[in-house]
Design a binder for this molecule. Structure first.
Ligand SMILES: *[C@@H]1O[C@H](CO)[C@@H](O)[C@H](O)[C@H]1NC(C)=O
Length: 321
């Protein structure tokens, strides 16, 4: 009786599809309620104790990105969106809403919310530390650009002035997260740590690619009133980061000499990568030398007037000068 009703409402095509599905499920030994659950061998460790500080180090960059993007798009940061994530750390200095066109504002708003997710993911998986003091003032970005060009830009570069300035300032940030995650990956032992890091790396490199593509579409645009093209800005910022980190070329602008391009055959460089087109990696010390603007992991400054938080940054801060 029941089977007649069944056959009446389910077409033969649907039945054969269900049969296929069921036989596949039998084949792979899964029942429908576990079909989407990834399982790991019992003996594998989720988060190795040695993973904790290494992944937590990234909070320093994630806090900076969250505040810069959230404020840039909306005029409010973590203290409005997710105050608990700041864990009592001081509010950032000098950050504000940027004067963005509609599309740019939506991209940046999305980036900001993604950073909130990243902060949550890291803190929920392996705990966190308070937000470090961040200097996101126009003056600080202006100093970065002056250092990049080797002379004082006039008027001082203001990241919040318009969309192109804001995206040029954004070029400075997620890339450091990307190379940091690539550098951390080989040291991780736990499967949950590795899964977390891959997820963070994927989105961080996605953000970098969006920023780079945005700028690439305007590569010949002359940034007013500096009489320097977008290409030149990216080249100078990348060279500055290479100089500060002191470990050779791990950073490249949007137009490069062909020997630095993919397969040494193009000067188009919408993505920065090594000779095998693999992302560059950086150690925590290299990253701190750049974001402190001092070229030294034990001399804080730049975006982090008091230095980064967490064991790795704090240990490096105390290392002999
Ligand atoms: C702008 O830069 C170009 C190329 O470097 C140069 O030829 C030109 O004279 C500059 N213009 C001004 C107004 O400085």
């Amino acid at each position: 009786m029941a089977s007649t009703t069944f056959a009446n409402v389910i077409s033969p095509m649907k039945l054969s599809f269900m049969f296929l599905l069921m036989s596949n499920m039998a084949l792979f030994g899964v029942s429908d309620d576990t079909a989407c659950v990834v399982t790991y061998p019992q003996a594998w460790i989720k988060v190795h104790p040695q993973d904790v500080d290494k992944i937590q180090f990234a909070l320093n960059l994630e806090f900076l990105e969250a505040e810069f993007f959230l404020f840039g798009a909306t005029g409010f940061g973590l203290d409005k969106n997710a105050p608990e994530l700041a864990m009592g750390g001081p509010p950032p200095i000098g950050v504000r809403k940027a004067n963005l066109d509609d599309v740019t504002e939506r991209i940046i708003n999305e980036f900001g919310l993604e950073e909130v997710g990243h902060l949550k993911a890291i803190i929920e998986t392996l705990g966190g530390f308070p937000r470090p003091l961040l200097d996101l003032s126009s003056q600080n970005f202006a100093e970065v650009m002056d250092d990049a060009f080797g002379y004082k830009l006039y008027p001082p570069f203001d990241p919040y002035l318009n969309s192109i300035n804001y995206m040029l300032a954004s070029y400075v940030i997620p890339y450091m997260g990307l190379v940091g995650y690539v550098g951390t990956n080989p040291y991780l032992k736990g499967y949950k740590s590795k899964r977390l890091l891959a997820g963070l790396l994927g989105v961080e490199s996605g953000q970098d690619a969006v920023i780079r593509t945005y700028l690439y579409e305007r590569v010949d645009l002359v940034v007013h009133p500096y009489n320097q093209t977008v290409a030149k800005f990216t080249d100078r910022i990348s060279q500055l980061r290479n100089r500060l980190a002191g470990c050779g070329i791990k950073d490249e602008g949007l137009i490069v000499p062909p020997q630095l391009g993919a397969e040494q055959r193009t000067s188009s460089n919408v993505l920065a990568a090594n000779e095998l087109s693999l992302s560059y990696d950086r150690s925590p010390a290299e990253i701190l030398r750049v974001v402190y603007g001092s070229g030294k992991e034990n001399v804080p400054g730049g975006f982090y007037p008091n230095g980064g938080n967490g064991k790795i940054a704090q240990d490096l801060l105390r290392s002999p000068k």
